[in-house]
Design a protein around this ligand. Structure first.
Ligand SMILES: N[C@@H](CCC(=O)N[C@@H](CS)C(=O)NCC(=O)O)C(=O)O
Length: 218
């Protein structure tokens, strides 16, 4: 067993990205669950704030290294464990991969984060229905442009036939979309690539429902 510990939560899509990357690289790691809902959210506890004052998961600890931000964590893993790279070295694809990954992780995901939804309820008087519309809207806006880009870049996966950081970001975002009943029929490329990726063990073993802290319907 390695010394790596991932602080995450089964339904956290940012932690899901890191789980996929760790699995693709074949790195063993331990998980510590930070329950984002229970008792107002363990991410707000004093103990977790010591680890990450931003009060967000994931956090990865590897010996004396402690990192938050899933994309920075995956960058660190690429440097430390370069046998399987999430961001290719080649100039032709390297920056394309980073840009597409950020389209998802930077432009889509943060708008629908738990703390944003909680703020909309408590300060914006959003009903559950309005929150769902908000959630669906920002995924649809993001997926419309992503779909057009993937029409040009995809092969078996998002960028050609090799798995990259874009795939690592896409599958958790599709999980969120499905969870909030986004209609994915206008996005055939996103659906096709996601279906191929879900067949890979590194992805299916990282899925929320496969995590030790998952709470599944009985
Ligand atoms: N940009 C960060 C996002 C981290 C993030 O938003 N984490 C969410 C779970 S996916 C979280 O901890 N939310 C807790 C909250 O909103 O209170 C990353 O990529 O790691």
């Amino acid at each position: 067993m390695s010394d790596i510990t991932l602080y995450g939560y089964w339904r956290s899509s940012a932690a899901y990205r890191v789980r996929i990357a760790l699995n693709l690289k074949g790195i063993e790691y331990q998980q510590k669950s930070i329950h984002l809902i229970k008792d107002g959210g363990e991410q707000h506890s004093d103990a977790f704030k010591q680890l990450n004052p931003s009060e967000l998961v994931p956090v990865l600890v590897d010996g004396d290294i402690r990192l938050n931000q899933s994309l920075a964590i995956i960058d660190y893993l690429d440097e430390q464990y370069p046998d399987v790279l999430m961001v290719p070295k080649e100039r032709e694809t390297r920056y394309l991969v980073k840009a597409l990954a950020q389209d998802i992780a930077v432009d889509i995901h943060p708008l629908n984060n738990l703390r944003v939804l909680q703020f909309l309820s408590s300060h914006g008087s959003f009903s559950d229905e309005m929150k769902n519309q908000w959630y669906q809207h920002w995924i649809e806006v993001g997926f419309q442009s992503l779909e057009k880009k993937l029409e040009r870049t995809s092969g078996k996966y998002c960028v050609g036939d090799n798995i990259t950081l874009v795939d690592v970001c896409l599958v958790p975002q599709v999980y969120n979309a499905e969870r909030f009943n986004v209609d994915l029929s206008p996005f055939p490329v996103i659906r096709k690539v996601t279906a191929s990726l879900r067949e890979i063990a590194a992805f299916s073993q990282a899925a929320p429902e496969a995590q030790p802290d998952a709470v599944l319907p009985k």
